[in-house]
Ligand binder design. Structure first.
Ligand code: NAP
Length: 463
């Protein structure tokens, strides 16, 4: 894919970039390696000062970078502003908490003696330069949720961002430099996916994190495995949204719409499969369809737009293929199911609700990365859990019920990295984020996230 900004609302190519060649990549990898030697010894207080300076710059730049993101990948401008604010908050959160999260751990006195030591502890040390391969859908947030903890832990970072968000990618490299981080601490590599292998195999690169599709994750994990390098993978999702008879239905419907169409439907943690108890199914389907139909689809730079275009022409084609496959195999579209004829330019798709889903349809097993919801009626909680778990993915899950017994079942049995009760899945710096099954492994955010790229060093000492 060419490295370029193409406005998804118009299809217009606004800017193309010459990628970094081998010499420039070598220079940047070396800079990351050199910077690490010194940076790893800086104090938490110094790193926190730099991270807070970067957060302050991001706050100042929020409107400009929000417009850049919207122009590059089409997210509604209101959501782009919220994304910038969320990033600054996460940077401050890690600036405040990293030292405590990485404090030495002390076994009990009994266990220390039992190990034959006078003193024993676990000390967290940074790993080194980490390669971050990132997607376009939350072009700031995906990077910051890696960069803030990684830099606070004392690692350095190299960002290979998605090829369709080069301006956001360059902004991020610049942000940390302007904040005062030493040269080489955080840099952007303008490279295509074909150049990732060479960087990953470089002995100076210690580890890698990838957020993106299953194919990209498998490729990076295979290479990293071959090199015996640590990876964290945040891949796709097809999160269930289960509605039980005791649910507050108006709230469940309102949240369902947001959970499905946030970011124009292109979120890994968007609710994608709506599994509804038969006692409330008809009511839910009617209200949900009406609300999806009432959404404003249009110019993402307009504050009143709910749903903008899909980020790429290929992304819309992939989504159309999934919907067409389902319809050809007998699914019914309660709304949508086509492009909006009033928006002939750009890569728009109408919010869509599909019923009559069967396991033979691709939408049943694949991720719908756009504003398309599938509805499933179920007879009881066991069936709801069985349908929810009948997916290769296991990122997060949403359940709506006022019965504590239901919650206990869901928390015990749903195959997912999160269970959100009476709300929609969202990330927060203090809560671990990540999935199981084909959604990947490892965790981002919280103490779990910052320790992923640390060497938990056992210190055992006798007098
Ligand atoms: P993608 O095609 O996998 O791209 C993601 C990144 O990986 C881009 O930087 C891309 O570079 C690079 N890439 C692609 N193929 C590669 C390969 N074989 N080797 C090395 N790098 C490779 O994914 P996307 O379409 O941009 O993003 C959508 C996917 O990401 C969805 O499945 C979504 O669910 C997932 N996602 C997951 C999370 C999560 O936290 N779990 C969050 C957001 C998105 P180029 O752009 O140069 O191709």
């Amino acid at each position: 894919m060419a490295i370029a900004t193409v406005n998804p609302a118009t299809g217009e190519t606004l800017r193309t970039y010459e990628g970094h060649g081998p010499a420039e990549v070598e220079r940047r990898v070396d800079a990351a390696h050199e910077a690490f030697r010194q940076y790893r010894t800086t104090s938490f207080a110094e790193r926190a000062r730099l991270m807070k300076a970067a957060a302050a710059l991001l706050d100042e730049d929020a409107e400009d970078i929000a417009r850049t993101m919207t122009t590059e990948m089409g997210k509604p401008i209101v959501a782009a502003r919220a994304e910038a604010a969320k990033c600054a908050k996460a940077m401050r959160w890690y600036a405040e908490h990293a030292e405590a999260l990485l404090a030495d751990e002390h076994p009990t006195e009994h266990d220390v003696q039992d190990s034959g030591a006078d003193l024993a502890r676990v000390h967290y040390r940074p790993l080194g330069p980490v390669l971050a391969v990132m997607p376009w859908n939350f072009p700031l947030w995906q990077v910051i949720r890696f960069a803030a903890p990684a830099l606070m832990a004392g690692n350095t970072g190299l960002l290979k961002h998605a090829s369709n968000v080069p301006q956001t990618a360059l902004y991020l490299g610049d942000l940390f430099r302007r904040a005062g981080f030493p040269a080489g601490c955080f840099q952007t590599l303008l490279i295509g996916s074909g150049a990732v292998e060479g960087v990953l195999r470089d002995p100076r690169i210690a580890a890698a994190t990838l957020t993106g599709s299953e194919g990209a994750g498998r490729s990076v994990a295979a290479i990293a495995g071959d090199e015996v390098k640590k990876t964290v993978l945040e891949l796709g999702g097809s999160d269930p949204y289960i509605v039980m008879p005791s649910a507050d239905l108006p709230r469940a419907v309102k949240t369902a719409v947001t959970a499905r169409v946030q970011n124009n439907g292109q979120s890994c943690i968007a609710a994608k499969r709506f599994i509804v108890h038969q006692d409330v199914y008809d009511d839910f389907a009617e209200r949900f369809t009406a609300a999806m139909n009432a959404l404003t689809v249009g110019d993402p730079l307009d504050d009143d737009t709910d749903v903008g275009p899909l980020a790429t022409e290929q992304g819309r084609a992939d989504l159309e293929e999934l919907v067409d496959d389902a319809m050809a195999k007998g699914a019914t579209a309660l709304c949508g199911g086509s492009r909006p004829s009033e928006l002939p330019r750009g890569w728009f798709y109408r919010p869509t609700v599909l019923t009559g889903i069967t396991p033979q349809m691709r939408v049943h097993r694949e991720e719908t990365f756009g504003p398309v919801a599938t509805l499933y009626p179920v007879g009881d909680i066991e069936e709801a859990i069985a349908v929810a778990n009948d997916s290769p993915f296991g990122l997060s899950s949403n359940v709506w019920t006022r019965r504590d017994e239901d919650v206990a079942f869901f928390v015990r049995d749903l195959e997912a990295g999160g269970v959100f009760v009476n709300g929609m899945t969202a990330s927060h710096p203090a809560l671990p984020f990540g999935g199981v099954k084909r959604s990947g492994y490892g965790r981002e955010l919280s103490g779990h996230g910052i320790r992923e790229f640390c060497n938990a060093t056992t210190v055992w000492q006798r007098a």
